[in-house]
Write a protein that binds this ligand. Structure first.
Ligand code: UT7
Length: 334
């Protein structure tokens, strides 16, 4: 009999995006840009934006419910929920609220912050709990509402991002059927200034010699050229490393699933790896860059469209603020 334990199967996916979308033409009435510039420089045509009253928790729960249903389990079966996000509704974390709203009464839940690499970092983190035998059923959600944190007068950032959530269920499987074939996670804090959503401290005097910070977060700032350069150099290297660990070559990859930041980055990484365009998943035209949500939204769309089939090998890579980057090579389904 096969032993449950050290193997991982990724058995369900789901996604949710806000109903409202804003196309480039409408955006160019708000800020000094054009549809032509955004399309040719990024490939983005439109993005979904959460209303003020829409919460990250609601989007996350909607994507999670779909993933749980596809996996054929119930919320009570979950042992662990990881929410990868940089834009939680609550700085103390939103995972517990998601746990309660799902009715995942047995699950422990926590947030994980690694910006646009969050989904990949979360996938590898969740996998460790399964590999040690501690947990059997793990829900991973990547969700972000970056629209809350943009300066809508800054054309160098506001045209790029959108909101959404995506989720997967990871389950224990037989060791010999392990679907997480290889990974590589990296950070380079020396380049931290390239992409930030940072706390700006004011000062509040409590007594004559004690003062504490009292501030707020300032909108996203980005050195786009530096982040671009970093992505096209580091991502192919990391994918090659993870493929080497998985004992696979690029021809054995069925789908290249990159963080949906810029079509030019997708094209360049695919070119460097000699992966043909028809194996590259891309949906950023409709969603823009949804940060931690971009990989699971694209994954879920491809699964539901019947493109990704059980047994297909996916090379997924997230990259962004930190700077961080990560790769997971995994097989879809049982
Ligand atoms: O999720 C995290 C990961 N983030 C990324 O991966 C983003 C990586 N970076 C990029 O995708 C690209 O660098 C951008 C799309 C952000 C920018 O494209 P670029 O080809 O690197 O443009 P650039 O920053 O070099 O700017 C070129 C010109 C500048 O004008 P000048 O100085 O040449 O006169 C900008 O002011 O384009 C101008 N520009 C714009 N023009 C119209 C910048 N943003 C806009 C805009 N509309 N929205």
């Amino acid at each position: 009999m096969k032993q449950l334990g050290a193997g991982i199967a990724i058995t369900g996916s789901g996604s949710a995006t806000p109903a409202v979308s804003l196309d480039n033409h409408a955006l160019s009435k708000i800020v000094d840009t054009s549809d032509e510039w955004i399309r040719t420089r990024t490939g983005i045509e439109s993005r979904h934006l959460a209303k003020a009253e829409e919460s990250l928790t609601d989007l996350a729960v909607a994507s999670a419910s779909a993933a749980i249903a596809q996996a054929g389990i119930t919320p009570e079966d979950l042992d662990l929920i990881i929410l990868a996000t940089s834009t939680a509704d609550d700085l103390f974390g939103s995972a517990s609220k998601i746990q309660a709203n799902l009715g995942a009464t047995r699950a422990v839940a926590f947030d994980l912050t690694a910006a646009c690499s969050g989904f990949i970092f979360g996938l590898v983190t969740g996998a460790q709990f399964i590999r040690t035998g501690a947990y059997q059923n793990v829900l991973l959600i990547g969700a972000d509402i970056l629209s809350r944190w943009l300066d809508w007068s800054d054309r160098t950032t506001c045209v790029l991002f959108g909101d959404g959530a995506g989720a997967v269920v990871m389950q224990a499987s037989a060791t010999e059927d392990d679907s997480l074939l290889g990974f590589e996670l990296r950070s380079d804090g020396k380049q931290n200034d390239c992409l930030k959503l940072s706390y700006r401290s004011g000062s509040q005097e409590l007594t004559s010699n004690v003062s504490v910070g009292s501030g707020s977060y300032r909108p996203i700032t980005m050195n786009g050229r530096e982040v671009y350069r970093f992505a096209v150099q580091k991502v192919p290297e990391a994918i090659e490393k993870a493929l080497f660990r998985a004992n696979l070559n690029t021809e054995e990859v069925d789908w290249l699933l990159l963080h949906q930041a810029n079509q030019r980055i997708l094209d360049s990484v695919a070119d460097r790896l000699k992966i043909p365009q028809d194996k590259v998943l891309s949906n950023l035209a409709s969603y823009g860059n949804t940060s931690a949500a971009s990989i699971p939204i694209a994954l879920d769309e491809a699964v539901r469209a019947g493109k990704i089939k059980p047994g297909h090998v996916i090379a997924a890579s997230g990259f962004g603020a930190g700077l961080t980057w990560g790769v997971a090579i995994f097989k879809w389904g049982r």
